[in-house]
Design a protein around this ligand. Structure first.
Ligand code: MF3
Ligand code: CO
Ligand code: CO
Length: 247
């Protein structure tokens, strides 16, 4: 795992800012009736217009600029002619590369009127991400992150997907270390100033178990229950952390 210099972190923040702006734009853009392919094209256009590249496109053969996953789809949904409907929850997960550095950000969006319990899951999943971020500082350990996230998730009646994890990030989208959303305090590698991590809880209303569809990409909950996902790219600083996928 690599320690990034202040110069590298500044570049990652530029990529991350484009990622953040694209998410803001998509919040306004998404409406019932829009297809996930239209969403994908809008993300491609928006990110490239700002000088970034949506680096999911072509990553291990992935056919879209963004992973667009609806309701029981947890991650890696492929853009298609499927239309958004009132009451859906939609996860947009995409990376932006700029000047050789990656950023990774996910948000779960509510389309129209979403059932209260599902809306609450989405709010609680975002809160769980921030619970994970709060522990970040030099000297903290990877297990502290997953412990904070999973404790919060379980207190709020949600299960934690264990088959998929967060990760280091830099010139590559996926670098060491893995960052599980479950774990024990005081275990795992020790965090150091200059590490950059993508923290990304995926929380389900039903079982934590997931399965892959025949398309070879889309991961869904085994019981068909809805799933929410939030992700930020963050740098460990002298006394805490800084979100790179922000304003
Ligand atoms: N952004 C995803 C993550 O959070 C990775 C997507 S890889 C792709 O790690 F190929 F599906 F785009
Ligand atoms: Co991501
Ligand atoms: Co990620």
């Amino acid at each position: 795992m690599t320690i990034k210099s202040p110069r590298e972190i500044k570049l990652m923040k530029e990529a991350g800012h484009i990622n953040f702006l694209a998410h803001q734009e998509m919040e306004k853009y998404m409406k019932p009736g829009i297809t996930t392919k239209e969403i994908d094209k809008h993300i491609y256009d928006f990110v490239t217009n700002l000088g970034g590249y949506p680096s999911c496109l072509g990553y291990e053969g992935f056919p879209g600029s963004a992973c667009i996953s609806i309701n029981d789809e947890v991650v890696h949904g492929i853009p298609s002619s499927r239309k958004l409907k009132n009451g859906d929850i939609v996860k947009l997960d995409f990376t932006v590369r700029k000047a050789g550095y990656e950023s990774d950000m996910t948000r779960t969006y509510l389309i129209g009127e979403v059932k209260p319990r599902i809306k609450q899951m989405v709010l609680d999943t975002e809160a769980a991400l921030y619970e994970g971020l709060k522990v970040l500082k030099p000297g903290a350990r990877i297990g502290d992150i997953g412990h904070a996230i999973s404790t919060y998730a379980h207190e709020h009646g949600l299960s934690v997907v264990e088959a998929l994890v967060g990760h280091g990030i830099g010139t590559d989208m996926h670098e060491d270390p893995e960052v599980p959303n479950f774990g024990e305090k005081d275990t795992g590698i020790v965090l150091k100033e200059g590490m950059v991590l993508a923290i990304e809880p995926m929380l389900n209303l039903g079982t934590k178990e997931v399965v892959m569809l025949d398309d070879g990409w889309t991961i869904v909950t085994e019981d068909g229950s809805p799933s929410a996902h939030f992700e930020h790219t963050v740098a460990i600083t002298k006394d805490g952390y800084e979100i790179l996928t922000g304003e």
